[in-house]
Ligand binder design. Sequence first.
Ligand SMILES: [Zn+2]
Length: 404
Amino acid sequence: MPRRIPLRSRVLATALGIGLLFLVLRFLPGPPPPAVDPVHPTVRVRLAGWSGRERVPLRIRGRYRILGLEGEEVLWEGAEYRGAIRGGAAGPRLTGLDPLRPAFRIAPEGDAALRLDADWYRGELVVDGRGRRGGELAPRLELYLDLPLEDYVLGVVCGEMAAGAAGAAAALRAQAIAARSWALWELRRGRPFLNDDARDQRFLGVDFETLQAREAVAATEGRVLVWDGELLHAYFHADCGGGTADAWSLEFSREELPPLAGVSDPGCAEDWPWEKEIPAAELDRLARDFELGAWLRRVRASQRDRFGRVLRVLLAGEFATRSLGGEALRRILDLPSTLWLDLEALADGGLRVTGRGRGHGVGLCQEGALRRSRAGASAGEILAHYYPGAEIVLLGEHPGLLRP
Ligand SMILES: [Zn+2]
């Protein structure tokens, strides 16, 4: 006869078990990243806009399977699903189906596709509802797509450029090669996923795809930029304002890289300048955050590159002075670029900044690429201008590029 365990011990054991479960869930790492296939890589994209919610409407057109996170086990098979994914303390679930696992993947079969609320997506949906964000067991969802590299690049070309613009064919091809190279550089260094917003590369679903973008991705399939035998971290930005930035000066690279050293782009110098007013209160906060006193006396560009881009600024506060990178200040003050033409102190203590260009300025300039494309340049010529010295190679012929 089994020995009876006293009630108090059982309660204690249960409490310990719950505590242990809480600890395990809290410190559980995110879903393991897909292995990087050297020739046909898969990209995991975090759907930032859909993540963090408790409920996301889901529709699946066609047949689908629900699999364990690694695809190792079939948990459910069906066709034509309409419902929602919900977070829950016991893990996420699909309405109408039994709870599955703390994390699982939904794999549409063949031509099947899935829709989150109003947006259709390609690829497999990874649902992680372990709710460990912020250290709390909140019923929040984290949603990712696992996509073949080329499908991912297509979503980025449509997210990052005017993919339907006239005369954009060569610019879109150049963008596809740059985006592919940038993503693989990030994955190779062990990133578990890429965000679908400006933190990484903006990625859009099927509804935003254009014929031109599909053509650009197909025509450049597997092509990447390489420098000195390594993948190039092919940064790009919206508009350089007259010349691109040196990645090394901006601390975007650990060494001086000739393809990312900055090039002249005179056409962009004629683009309309922007103007932004920074209220006095925001400058005061900056002074306090950097322990310079209660207010800022002066903001001065102390170092510029050959195109006028501000590399360093001097913040003179009530008591102290501090030097800061121009790019860092751009991010703090949410300015369109660091190519500031004028910094004008306003009577109310605020600051008016006039500038040119949009984005960090490193690598390919999208506005300039579009202009060159319309003037008849090829994708190869566009890339050779913005990444001088970089080579375009086929991933399939250089599988070693993806080895860490
Ligand atoms: Zn430009």
